[in-house]
Design a protein around this ligand. Structure first.
Ligand code: GRF
Length: 207
């Protein structure tokens, strides 16, 4: 049986689409059994619909309490027998009980080379602008396991992207996003094949 993955997305879902493409081309051996979004207008829902992937709109603000939200989220994950949670442009922190139950079974992709240019509030173009403002010469993509601290889980893989003198936020974001699309599926495939080992902060086995 293929690894049962749930994708969480808040926006357009280009990473989600890239993963679907790799699955449908036979490169990625997982089953996308669920898509969860916190923003009902997110383009990721349309992508899920087009590819017959069940989707659920779940937003913390819809619930009377964080515990109610957490219980519902856990129930939906259990109902779909989710084995790996894949955050793909997801802007919300997962409830701590979800992170605990899915220890080293939640992955995220960050458009920078963590620990640099990461942490709460550092996402999307804010990362690329911070890289340019700092004058960094290299940025890149980080795929990491998710723990209870923003962007601080064990790193699975990183791919560098050179910052050109002519880059602005948009050109840099475009090149980094391309690398996200070509990298994320490889990390998930390595997990699906059981190739990844986590010893403390060290993750080995990604090729
Ligand atoms: C992008 O900034 C990407 O770098 C990060 O999430 C944002 C939206 O990605 N991973 P997507 O196009 O919705 O996948």
């Amino acid at each position: 049986m293929a690894l049962r993955c749930a994708v969480f997305a808040s926006g357009g879902g280009s990473n989600f689409q890239a993963l679907i493409n790799r699955k449908e081309s036979g490169d990625l051996h997982v089953d996308f059994v669920l898509m969860i979004g916190n923003n009902s207008t997110a383009g990721a829902f349309e992508k899920a619909r087009k590819h017959n992937i069940p989707s659920v709109h779940l937003a913390p603000s819809h619930f009377k309490s964080p515990d109610d939200y957490q219980s519902k989220l856990l129930a939906v994950l259990q109902e779909h027998r989710v084995e790996l949670i894949v955050l793909a442009g997801y802007m919300k922190m997962l409830p701590s009980e979800v992170v605990r139950r899915y220890n080293n079974r939640i992955v995220n992709i960050h458009p920078g080379l963590l620990p640099a240019f990461g942490g709460k509030g550092m996402y999307g173009s804010r990362v690329h602008q911070a890289v340019l403002d700092y004058g960094a010469k290299v940025t890149g993509v980080t795929v990491h396991f998710v723990n209870e601290m923003y962007d601080e889980g064990p790193v699975i893989c990183q791919v560098p992207v050179i910052v050109n003198d002519t880059d602005d936020c948009q050109t840099l974001a475009g090149r980094v996003l391309e690398v996200e699309h070509s990298t994320y599926w490889r990390a998930i495939e390595a997990i699906a094949k059981g190739a990844i080992r986590v010893e403390g902060r060290r993750v080995t086995g990604y090729v």
